[in-house]
Design a protein around this ligand. Structure first.
Ligand SMILES: Cc1cc2nc3c(=O)[nH]c(=O)nc-3n(C[C@H](O)[C@H](O)[C@H](O)COP(=O)(O)O)c2cc1C
Ligand SMILES: Nc1ncnc2c1ncn2[C@@H]1O[C@H](COP(=O)(O)OP(=O)(O)OP(=O)(O)O)[C@@H](O)[C@H]1O
Length: 274
């Protein structure tokens, strides 16, 4: 990373299509500089590393927020002594009160400053906060279109109530404590990856309070192909929204609804595989 000649700078939560346009400018010896605000919840912690081939350096916002433009450039040059190119987006701001932008970089940096134009989809500018808003209303297809990949969360297995397997369908219950934003409560067509397997299993997943049974919060995934053995952790990749969370009058009615959810997910995932 020290030898990098080009860097892209930003928060990069989500590593969405707009961010990918910046990375496309990095060339062979590039690195990504993530400014950590503490608010990243689409790709919390080190999750961004799954979405780019470039190495990532993390700078805490507190390390840089007080700097003026010269101080900021000097900091970057101290981290990257061979720096020749800085890539930022059209709306990048930095330093005290976010008062500096790419013009200041262009004026003060002796190398090249590449400013990437606004990246939009169907006339709508792509931004992490808009992806969060889409997930909040269950608009998975919209979020995925902005991301350029399926929104994916990870978690470790925790035990459920034990009702699922006996009376409904077997599910993998996940505890997602790594700070992932969860989409709106409801039922989703998903793909689930178990432990470090290479492939994803067609699945249907529930996110929400189990209002029909014990009322507690759960993220659970039913693998359509059938039960899987010992699972320690899993990733759930969201494909589309099926329906809202609902309180049913009986377990039987919940069971009927789950059967219909499974039919919808099977159909949609089969179509995807064609
Ligand atoms: C596809 C699917 C849909 C679900 N939909 C609902 C729902 O609408 N309302 C609800 O209260 N629970 C729903 N659940 C969660 C069940 O209540 C939960 O699986 C059941 O309580 C068993 O929990 P356990 O796995 O902890 O034993 C759903 C679960 C699945 C797999
Ligand atoms: N749609 C876009 N088009 C071009 N550049 C973008 C776009 N979105 C972000 N960038 C650039 O990517 C870098 C990272 O930006 P940032 O982390 O603020 O992303 P964001 O999607 O705008 O996030 P938020 O919605 O939280 O503001 C910045 O240099 C920014 O200018």
């Amino acid at each position: 990373m020290k030898n990098s000649t080009a860097i892209a700078i930003g928060g990069f939560d989500g590593m969405h299509i707009g961010h990918q346009h910046l990375f496309a400018e990095l060339g062979e010896q590039g690195s990504i500089v993530v400014i950590e605000t503490g608010y990243a919840n689409l790709t919390p912690k080190k999750e961004r590393e799954h979405f780019s081939k470039y190495p990532i350096m993390y700078l805490q916002l507190d390390e840089i927020r007080h700097l003026d433009a010269i101080g900021f450039i000097e900091l970057l040059q101290s981290k990257f002594p061979n720096l020749e190119k800085i890539v930022v987006g059209y709306d990048f701001h930095f330093g005290k009160d976010r008062k500096y932008n790419f013009d200041d970089l262009k004026e003060l940096f002796t190398g090249e400053v590449k400013v990437v134009d606004e990246v939009s989809l169907n006339g709508d500018s792509i931004h992490s906060h808009k992806i969060r808003a889409k997930l909040g209303i269950g608009d998975i297809k919209g979020a995925n279109a902005f991301l350029g990949h399926n929104y994916t969360i990870r978690g470790v297995r925790e035990s459920g109530q034990g009702i699922g397997k006996k009376e409904l369908v077997a599910t993998i219950n996940l505890s997602c404590k790594d700070g992932f934003l969860l989409p709106k409560e409801g039922v989703y067509v998903t793909l689930t990856r178990i432990d470090n397997e290479e492939h994803y299993h067609p699945s249907v997943s529930f996110v929400g309070h189990r209002v029909t049974t014990d009322g507690s919060f759960a993220v659970e995934s039913h693998i359509l192909e059938g039960e899987v053995g010992n699972v320690e952790k899993a990733s759930i990749s969201f494909v589309s929204f099926i329906r809202d969370n609902k309180k049913f009058d009986s377990i039987d009615e919940l069971k009927k609804a789950i059967k219909s959810d499974i039919a919808i997910a099977s159909k949609e995932l089969k179509l995807l595989q064609l």
